[in-house]
Design a protein around this ligand. Sequence first.
Ligand code: BMA
Length: 340
Amino acid sequence: MSKIKLICPEVSNMPWQDKKEEPVQAPIWRYSENPIIGRNPVKNVARIFNSAVIPYEGEFIGVFRGEQTNGIPYIYLGRSQDGIHWNFDENKINFVDEEGNAFMPIYAYDPRLVKVEDTYYIIWCQDFYGAAIGMAKTTDFKTFVRVENPFLPFNRNAVLFPRKINDSFMMLSRPSDSGHTPFGDIFVSESKDLVYWGKHRHVMSRGKSWWESLKIGGGAAPIETSEGWLLFYHGVSGTCNGYVYSIGGAILDIDNPSIVKYRCENFLLTPEEWYEERGFVPNVVFPCATICDSATGRITVYYGAADSYVGLAFTTADEIVAYIKEHSAVSKDDTEIGMR
Ligand code: BMA
């Protein structure tokens, strides 16, 4: 039994591999068979990465960033019995408007998939006179209805919380510019109806640690735990040879997630393996989803690698929370409510 409680369903068939004996820097270890999705996984799709999955009807379903052979990213649906081996639809997801008319974005990337109450929400980056956040909902993974774009441009990185907080939907996002933004902090916004978003609060600044000193962005949907919201996010370092993306961890206040309780000054995962260091964009690990099992406290992280592959990494609630607390370094910017 884990000491730290995960407040989520039991998922006894989630992908899992025990920790190996050799020392790892942090309490999170890679799947030995990574990457789980290789090149050219679907007709007309050269690479799948930065993708999100969720348990569904005893199996797993996911929304995948598919880089088409014309170079334009779209979102593809995939299904899996074990969360490791995936079958993808050959056609990209067809989004419709409330009336059922086709309503496709020009491009779509970095999807997150979050269940709130009985509805599944997809949140991604798309064109809205510049890079901005798109959102759609589904209850059956057959019809995908786009809802209002939550934010003005520019913003390329958003993820919903898996439940309402104080009766409001909550969304993390990272306002940006239209390019490969050389700055960026995480903010949280709330909405009663998923149409009007407001009460914007600052959550975390880019870090003092050099691995996250350029910008940060929300990664997987926050995980509800007995210590607060466990957030796996990405942090970027701007080296003389380009950006390096690592995975970081923080714990946000359960009732007011603009307050950071603990923030790990060390990265949890940084590019080390060939599939993370070598690819379309080298040196990228980019988390977009987790699967958790409340019975065991196990957590599996899905991350994009080098903008080319999908990898898995594992941890437990006890190990990750203890590590984040042990190495926590929060600044005033993180610990205040974030209102000016
Ligand atoms: C970011 C996003 C991610 C990508 C990363 C590294 O700006 O576009 O999709 O993984 O850059 O290229």
